[in-house]
Write a protein that binds this ligand. Sequence first.
Ligand code: 8DG
Ligand code: MG
Length: 155
Amino acid sequence: MENGTTIAAVPRVAVVVFLLRGKAVLLGRRRSSVGDSTFALPGGHLEFGESFEECAARELKEETGMDFDKKKMELLTVTNNVFSEQPKPSHYVTVFMRGVLADGDDQLPQNLEPTKCDGWDWYDWANLPEPLFWPLEKMVKSGFNPFPNSPQEEE
Ligand code: 8DG
Ligand code: MG
């Protein structure tokens, strides 16, 4: 690089989760240089040696304090996302999981990382907030639906 520092720019893996409750999903407004102020799913970076399920469970716990029903976690899809934001462009292969809470719907989301998120809430899939974080917006616009037995899954 021009200033003599070498930064290895490599694609990274992120695991994010559609946490489903009835017809709603859990979203939080991001505080980040990437996608600031947009509504995004809970999730984060895959750590060395982790399974997608372990990463999803760890991130959900760290960010909201809540626990999944581990038997009902599923891999939905993967997307390729290049963020050209300067001064630090980034590239994520984003793994989208789906899950439901352990113990039914009794757990309440806490905002455990307030420097990264304004707070978590449930949003009806038919009435999502705006603006969505663009990797998520791109999926919604393409007709993606994370719910089991959605018309898409029955095709
Ligand atoms: P960590 O250091 O705690 O592991 O990670 P984090 O601070 O929680 O990372 P993050 O920004 O929440 O997630 C990592 C990347 O995942 C993010 O920069 C871009 C990508 N990503 C998507 N879609 C989504 C999404 O809907 N939510 C989240 N949280 N990240 C997403 O492509
Ligand atoms: Mg995160």
